[in-house]
Design a protein around this ligand. Structure first.
Ligand SMILES: CN1CCN(c2ccc(C(=O)Nc3n[nH]c4c3C=[N+](C(=O)[C@H](O)c3ccccc3)C4)cc2)CC1
Length: 315
């Protein structure tokens, strides 16, 4: 029964809030999670209550290895200790028997990468998003990352695919919602990641993919790539390049090009995140300030988003 350290305290299975299954109703599948399905459902504080809260329910298949059971438990422990508006809220677990559930806040807008790709300008309509929308998404993620940094938690996989939106519409809030990479490393089964082949190399700095060194400055580099994802409206970074190619390019000082129409101050923040020396990269408190300045800069906020262009073949 593994322990989990966070904020100077140690936690284990007994610290997790157990929810009675009868207070939960699973409605429909939301998508294929790393373990089993993620369902949309409803949760009642008390079985008889008329008020029910929409929730997301991560499920662990009944026929799971002990390794998968432990991973699922560790994921619950990790998420249960976070308390921040830009990190998916943990509600509780149903661990008394199979199938096991982790009950989380429902983020109904889907993941950030899909949202950005769906928001690209089309021949018949320009993008519904403005620079302000993109900067606000980036601001949300940097707030979540600053909280993790303050708590000395290294995420190791900050990327648009791991962030979810409360809604696609205006007033959307972006939250960090997947902690699978940090969980795997915490459980020291990095070999589970099947070596370099599975690592998110395109989001990693040289000291990470060359020497396995991870600090919060690793997450800063990844945030710079997430910023590039946001301003390219969901492109795959280093289009048309494989991981080996990217490792060589980045080790030799190569970097992502500015996305089309990306305001210079925004690209400037990206390049600061990609400083070869980790200590020279800004921390998330500073990044939050700099994204905030961009949001106050009329030249940035009023800059037009790119108009429709045929995507390159590799995309
Ligand atoms: C037309 N569109 C189609 C797509 N659609 C969706 C698609 C997916 C979701 C969804 O998974 N929402 C989630 N809310 N809370 C959690 C979720 C996932 N969680 C997890 O823990 C998942 O593992 C996870 C985590 C990070 C990223 C993806 C998945 C926790 C919501 C709407 C909106 C309407």
């Amino acid at each position: 029964n593994p322990n989990y350290e966070f904020g100077g305290e140690t936690y284990n299975l007994t610290d997790l809030k157990e929810i009675p299954r009868e207070n939960l109703q699973l409605v429909k599948a939301l998508g294929q999670g790393a373990f089993g399905e993620v369902y949309q459902g409803f949760f009642k504080q008390r079985a008889g209550d008329s008020v029910e809260m929409p929730v997301a329910v991560k499920t662990l298949p009944e026929l799971s290895s002990n390794q998968a059971e432990m991973d699922f438990l560790m994921e619950a422990l990790i998420m249960s200790k976070f308390n921040h508006a830009n990190i998916v809220h943990f509600i509780g677990v149903c661990f008394d028997k199979h199938p096991r559930f982790i009950v989380l806040e429902l983020l109904a807008g889907g993941d950030l990468k899909t949202f950005l790709r769906e928001s690209r300008p089309k021949p018949e309509r320009s993008s519904p998003l403005t620079m302000k929308d993109l900067l606000t998404c980036a601001m949300d993620v940097s707030k979540g990352c600053r909280y993790l940094e303050e708590n000395h938690f290294i995420h190791r996989d900050i990327a648009a695919r791991n962030c979810l939106l409360t809604t696609k519409g205006p007033g959307r809030v972006v939250k960090i919602a997947d902690f699978g990479m940090a969980r795997d490393i915490y459980r020291a089964d990095y070999y589970k990641k099947g070596g370099k082949a599975m690592l998110p190399v395109k989001w990693m700095p040289p000291e990470a993919f060359l020497d396995g060194i991870f600090t919060s400055k690793t997450d800063v580099w990844s945030f710079g790539v997430l910023l590039w994802e946001v301003f390219s409206l969901g492109y795959m970074p280093y289009p048309g390049r494989g991981n080996q190619d990217v490792m060589q390019l980045v080790t030799n000082g190569g970097r992502l090009e500015p996305p089309t129409n990306c305001p210079a101050p925004v690209y400037g923040i990206m390049t600061q995140c990609w400083h070869p020396i980790p200590e020279e990269r800004p921390n998330f408190a500073t990044l939050l300030e700099r994204v905030g300045y961009c949001l106050q800069d009329p030249e940035v906020v009023n800059a037009p988003l790119p108009v429709f262009q045929r995507p390159p073949s590799s995309e």
